[in-house]
Design a protein around this ligand. Sequence first.
Ligand SMILES: Cc1cc2nc3c(=O)[nH]c(=O)nc-3n(C[C@H](O)[C@H](O)[C@H](O)COP(=O)(O)OP(=O)(O)OC[C@H]3O[C@@H](n4cnc5c(N)ncnc54)[C@H](O)[C@@H]3O)c2cc1C
Length: 373
Amino acid sequence: MKTGGTVTGVSGAVLADSSVARGQTSSREATGEFTLSAQAVIVTSGGIGGDHDLVRKAWPARLGTPPKRMVAGVPAHVDGRMLGITEAAGGQIINPDRMWHYTEGLQNWDPVWPNHGIRILPGPSSLWLDATGKRLPAPCYPGFDTLGTLKHLMATGHDYSWFVLTQKIIEKEFALSGSEQNPDLTNRSVRQVLQRVRPGAPAPVEAFKQKGADFVVAPTVEELVAGMNTLAGSSLLSAPAVKAVIESRDRQLTNPFAKDAQITAIRGARAYRGDKLIRVATPHRLLDPKAGPLIAVRLNILTRKTLGGLHTDLSARVLQSDGSPLPGVYAAGEAAGFGGGGMHGYNSLEGTFLGGCLFSGRVAGRAAAAAIA
Ligand SMILES: Cc1cc2nc3c(=O)[nH]c(=O)nc-3n(C[C@H](O)[C@H](O)[C@H](O)COP(=O)(O)OP(=O)(O)OC[C@H]3O[C@@H](n4cnc5c(N)ncnc54)[C@H](O)[C@@H]3O)c2cc1C
């Protein structure tokens, strides 16, 4: 990319046409060269989660050792290429160590993009074990603290962990992220949504249980653990040790004043009628045969959000390292760390990312239009 709004390998909105540069197609498979010129370029190419080498390179020490193996929670085009191009043109990238990855990633048995990972949006009841079979400490419970759990897991020296649950839990508590995994919501069908209240796992969840590479289903702990070790290609788990962890958790269920914070959280969640109906299974012993079979799910680290990005001012202009605007170049959305180069800080509030995309996009569009008017 050259400054003054001229580009090489452009992504984003191009407003008007005045100056000239030589460019290449935006695809990795070049289909030829083209010349593109513009008075203003808005970079809106997203983050870096599709390029795991870039993610590992930016991985901060506070999150431990970078995972060797990850699944991709974003399409392949989220490869950070335009960030590099904009940086080469003089734009400054700030806060590259800010990132948001999930710890409950599944390998998609029906992938839409390479190494496609699907995140489980879990209810609170699954027992969470690290790769060696130790229960995760409070408050690392399903759905509680994404980055805190990521930090804990990476300190174990292993880049995966396990949910241990029952058929009864999977039926109510596994939701899957991604529009194709939620046909009832994407079809806006009230009738289909109401089926979530009925017994049985939703069809996309059942398909993962049957076809997913990360699932083990077994009637006994011994068979379950044997399957988990086979799946992980290791002998890190011992059946008696895993059974002891499960029994210790199960014992707390009979105590109405349980000191187990996860059991307390499950009971608290069920105080809300909506969750009781479709989101949180009736508390039960994992070893209750009536709740079975037992299920173990290997959870992979799933890349998702890039919280740092191109440094921008309040008009979404991309800034250079000396603080001056890079002429004609704007950035918005995840490429700009959702605005400013990292407006979420080191953490974030789950589900608030699109707001920053829309807001920074509006600011960038208005500023660019005003500049060329
Ligand atoms: C499965 C999933 C679920 C999510 N759920 C939520 C949620 O519930 N709430 C929430 O707030 N956020 C959620 N997010 C995050 C949110 O969707 C993203 O942060 C947001 O879409 C980023 O928008 P963007 O326009 O900045 O970038 P993107 O949506 O990544 O769009 C970038 C565009 O640029 C194009 N592009 C990239 N590189 C080039 C290039 N070199 N040349 C040409 N074009 C290029 C791409 O094709 C793409 O069209 C979710 C993300 C995923 C993947």
